[in-house]
Design a protein around this ligand. Structure first.
Ligand SMILES: C[S@@+](CC[C@H](N)C(=O)[O-])C[C@H]1O[C@@H](n2cnc3c(N)ncnc32)[C@H](O)[C@@H]1O
Length: 231
């Protein structure tokens, strides 16, 4: 069964209660046991043979939606492990089915509020790269507090990135872009390398995701923000 940990008090997303279709439920029942990670035990963080261990650092995507970028990158970089975090169940269901159809062995999915994940589950994990593609922009000023990229999340991200690891954020909201830069500039352990992409993985600025497609259709400017953890 797909187990989850969602703290509804931190509302960076809307919890939608529309009923899942039979197909969506079937996808979850069939593929979650193969691809999902349940967070009811911390064991998976400790076991050196497990997916998330310090010997083969993974790339984490927060809020993967329907998983297009996860799937694209994991197909291209088969020797790297990918972990996706999402709270939107129809997206998770779709992504599970795709991962299974494509027989991808290097992706795991976690159904959890990312803020909760960083607080309770990441003591021993260091990621090689953390991607946040098109986070909900919450455009109204009164909703800015619901934006996922806040000082606290960045502190956790720094703690869980390897030295020389990168944080890659993409948005098409100018006001969110400016606010993200204001936040990131405060951390001296992070260096802005947006202009000098250093390796091929960092050059992957096309996400193939739904929100990227929407942004392109609207002809919105897309902002890539890339920071490296320097110590
Ligand atoms: C605007 S969508 C972008 C989805 C995808 N990255 C894309 O580019 O199409 C933002 C996604 O972040 C997810 N999200 C928002 N807050 C989250 C949180 N605290 N933990 C995990 N996922 C979250 C939402 O459920 C949503 O699917």
């Amino acid at each position: 069964m797909m187990k989850y940990k969602i703290d509804k008090t931190i509302k960076t997303f809307n919890v939608r209660s529309r009923k899942l279709s039979t197909t969506q439920i079937n996808n979850i029942n069939l593929y979650w046991p193969l691809i999902g990670i349940n967070l009811d035990t911390k064991k998976f963080l400790m076991n050196k043979n497990d997916f998330l261990n310090s010997y083969s650092p993974a790339i984490l995507e927060i809020g993967f939606g329907f998983g297009e970028s996860l799937i694209y990158l994991s197909q291209k970089y088969k020797n790297i492990n990918f972990v996706g975090i999402e709270v939107y169940v129809p997206g998770i269901s779709y992504c599970l089915k795709k991962i299974h159809e494509l027989n991808l062995k290097n992706i795991r999915i976690i159904y959890v509020n990312a803020l909760y994940f960083f607080i309770y589950y990441t003591q021993n994990i260091k990621f090689y790269k953390i991607n946040i593609f098109f986070p909900d922009p919450w455009p109204k000023r009164k909703h800015h507090k619901r934006r996922i990229i806040q000082k606290e999340l960045i502190k956790s991200i720094i703690k869980n990135l390897l030295v020389n690891g990168t944080l890659h954020i993409i948005t098409d909201s100018l006001s969110y872009y400016e606010s993200i830069l204001r936040i990131l500039r405060k951390f001296d352990r992070l260096q802005n390398i947006s202009k000098i992409f250093q390796n091929s993985l960092c050059k992957e600025t096309i996400t193939h995701s739904r929100f990227e497609k929407k942004a392109l259709i609207k002809k919105n400017k897309i902002y890539n923000i890339l920071y490296k953890k320097i110590f």
